[in-house]
Design a protein around this ligand. Structure first.
Ligand code: FMN
Length: 366
């Protein structure tokens, strides 16, 4: 009998489905709603120490639609605008209400050891089971070297991860990777050297979602202007799958929380078969509601049972050995063709196996 229960870095998840950091985890009330619906874990909305100024704009989202269906989603939302003291209360309330679920604090700071260590220590003290380090917000606070600006610098990823691991008192640490980089395995390896138990991948892809056909301004439009934002949802899934599998191939055994465009159980199965041991979704619940976790659970169990996987760990990475280089694909195809040709070749020992006239006909030129 297949089970969705999975132990990742000592964290006992009742199922591998985790809310990705963002609006569906932006205070205690909404995190509790996610747990009530059945999500196994929640990564809280990213927070910094209270003196980091966070001023959001409105509107801050944009959709890419094909006919009437949304396929891509862009946001220019910043990290949480609540105080860190609010967050300490919210972590406690959420963990007290759902002690059997996994609560992961998401933190982001400037390149300052004291600030990262203070945040990490206070999150754990307030009840977080683990920490996710936001090295990946593509649009917020780059002027302070925060988010993706830090995630694009492997030395900083390693150093900051080490600071946080030191302060986390043994709680697992996942570094969240930016996809806005040529080779995602470089910062992932840096996080591993820094002592992280795993990575979360991917955050959003820097984008311009389109032009408003009426105003002719880029969207989302604020006072006639816009800025590049983070792209998510279905359209990014192929890129996220590629990056998750690249990390899994480069760093076997390292935990990976796969994110990017998950809305169905099959999407989740794909992430797991390409190396993830938990799967996050953020835009999915924003557009479909927390109830989508019912299909995620039932559908994933059905896939596991159909293909004979008893556990997530059995299923994890199943498709990876089938990934290779284009050069190798050409070789494999040439070998297969040669084997087919070889089968077609007529040999003397075949005389007498069939009617002599059919054998002779096979050797006559057209
Ligand atoms: C509106 C919005 C806000 C987000 N805020 C955060 C955040 O505060 N911290 C973070 O690490 N990721 C944040 N993300 C990124 C998501 O956690 C996730 O990595 C990304 O959206 C890809 O997954 P998805 O396609 O399931 O949304 C945000 C995404 C959206 C759409």
């Amino acid at each position: 009998m297949a089970t969705l229960r999975v132990n990742v870095d000592g964290l006992d998840f009742p199922n591998p489905f985790v809310i990705g950091s963002g609006p569906p985890s932006t205070n205690a009330k909404i995190m509790c709603k996610a747990f009530a619906a059945g999500w196994g874990g929640v990564v809280a909305k990213t927070t910094a120490l209270t003196d980091t100024e966070v001023v959001n704009v409105q509107p801050r989202y944009g959709k890419l639609k094909l006919d009437k269906t949304t396929v891509g989603f862009e946001n220019i939302e910043l990290i949480s605008d609540a105080t860190f003291e609010d967050w300490e209360r919210w972590y406690r309330e959420t963990k007290d209400a759902y002690p059997d679920r996994i609560l992961i604090g998401s933190i982001m700071e400037s390149f300052d050891k004291g600030r990262w260590q203070e945040l990490a220590g206070r999150c754990i003290e307030a009840g977080c089971d683990a920490l996710e380090l936001n090295f990946s917000c593509p649009h917020g606070h780059p002027e302070k070297g925060m988010g993706a600006a830090m995630g694009q610098d492997p030395e900083r990823v390693e150093t900051v991860t080490r600071w946080v691991v030191e302060a986390a008192g043994g709680a697992p640490v996942w570094s969240k990777m930016t996809p806005n980089i040529t080779d995602i395995t470089v910062p992932a390896a840096a996080a591993q050297r820094g002592g992280a138990q795993g990575v979360a991948a991917i955050n959003t892809i820097l984008s311009c979602v389109g032009i408003n056909p009426r105003t002719l301004k880029p969207m989302p439009t604020v006072q006639g202007h816009s800025t590049y934002g983070g792209y998510s949802y279905t359209a990014v899934k192929p890129i996220a799958l590629r990056m998750v599998s690249e990390i899994a191939r480069a760093l076997p055994g390292f935990s990976i929380s796969g994110i990017g465009g998950v809305t169905t159980s099959w999407d989740a199965a794909e992430f797991i078969m390409l190396g993830a041991n938990t799967v996050q979704s953020c835009t999915g619940p924003m557009l479909h509601g927390f109830g989508m976790v019912t299909e995620l659970q039932e559908g994933l169990l059905a896939v596991m049972e159909k293909h004979g996987f008893d556990t997530i760990e059995d299923m994890r990475g199943h498709a990876i050995p089938a990934l290779t280089t284009h050069h190798h694909l050409v070789e494999l195809q040439q070998e297969a063709r040669a084997r087919k040709e070889e089968k077609k070749r007529f040999r003397d020992k075949e005389w007498g196996e069939k009617d002599i006239k059919d054998a002779a006909a096979k050797l006559v030129s057209d």
